[in-house]
Write a protein that binds this ligand. Structure first.
Ligand code: PEP
Ligand code: MG
Length: 325
């Protein structure tokens, strides 16, 4: 398998019965974008923009951000490119922003909550993204959405920035898709409502697992509990995919789970349209998909949802697929 994987890495990932799944890269720099293309990524499903903001004494300027986003877009040529707006908070302090100390940073002011409270920083980033979107296939994604009102507020600010740019005759892609991360259990519960507000979902299983299981992903004493293959997490993925498709929008998954080949038949079987993962795993995940049949994957996924432990799910996949665990 390891030897065959590079050969199909630059082909689209298609199941034996013809279902294509976009295999995208999670990146955090221009260098990562180059590696992603080398490894066969169909595009970028998640640019974590935090690297532009951390370890410095002043906020990155619009020009600085524009240069980086444009450089990545150029590396990707016409491939799709999802830029996630800033996801910092109490656990990743910024010296140039006053933040209250929080006893529960993962339950605190991070992601979109931080951006809605620091609109100067948010608007500067949106302007830089819009400028880079001119002649490139950029999509925008908001992290840590918990409510419909947050999406509406973020979109209103995005519209405001677009109007200002139009008035200043600055070109941008006015048809840019806007999506959200689904990584908070409340977003799963109201996924049908959220789906009417956006063009796509991307499920963040790293955070979703820790919030579903109430187990801090950075605390080694409990991190084992935050296993994305736990059927409770798989059920939230199933519910999100169903809500997205019923509303006619596409849905991807960009947590670490996407890079685990044991999870691949389940994710294909649950109907995900896109997987975004670290570049190293792209050849093996593409190869795994070409060995699957969608109908068989659906059966495995449905059985996985009835089990009661991640170990049970792993054994199910290993025995059905003859997979090494
Ligand atoms: C996630 O939560 O699954 C995710 C992809 O985002 P991050 O790991 O950056 O929180
Ligand atoms: Mg997250």
């Amino acid at each position: 398998l390891q030897q065959q994987a590079p050969m199909i890495a630059h082909q689209p990932a298609m199941t034996r019965d013809g279902k294509c799944i976009s295999i995208m890269a999670n990146i955090g720099s221009v260098a990562d974008a180059k590696t992603a293309i080398k490894n066969g990524a169909d595009g970028v499903g998640l640019l974590r923009t935090e690297f532009l903001y951390l370890n410095r004494t002043t906020a990155p300027t619009e020009e600085e951000q524009f240069t980086v986003y444009q450089a990545i877009a150029q590396v990707l040529e016409r491939r799709p490119f999802i830029i996630r707006t800033l996801d910092v908070g109490g656990d990743k302090p910024l010296p140039y922003v006053k933040l209250q100390p929080e006893s529960n940073p993962f339950l605190g002011k991070r992601g979109i909550r931080f951006c809605l409270d620091n609109q100067d920083i948010f608007k500067t980033q949106l302007r830089a993204i819009l400028r880079a979107s001119h002649k490139h296939q950029i999509k925008l994604m908001f992290p840590m959405i918990a409510t419909v009102q947050e999406v509406q507020a973020a979109k209103a600010i995005f519209m405001e920035v677009q109007t200002e740019m139009q008035q200043a005759n600055i070109p941008f892609d006015a048809t840019m898709q806007v999506g959200i991360m689904v990584e908070i259990p409340s977003a799963v519960a109201i996924a049908d409502q959220l789906a009417t507000e956006v063009d796509f979902f991307s499920i963040g299983t790293n955070d979703l697992s820790q919030y579903v299981m109430a187990a801090d992903r950075t605390n080694p004493d409990v991190a084992m509990l935050a296993d994305a293959l736990h059927p409770s997490v798989l059920r939230t993925i199933a519910q999100t995919v169903k809500a997205a498709h019923q509303a006619g929008i596409w849905v991807g998954l960009c947590g670490e789970l996407a890079a685990d080949s044991i999870a691949t038949p389940i994710l294909v079987g649950l109907g995900l349209d896109e997987l975004s993962l670290n570049s190293q795993a792209i050849p093996i995940i593409k190869h795994t998909i070409t060995k699957l049949k969608r109908s068989e994957s659906e059966a495995i996924a449905q059985t996985a949802l009835t089990l009661n432990s991640p170990q049970g799910v792993r054994t199910l996949v290993a025995t059905t697929m003859n997979h090494e665990v």
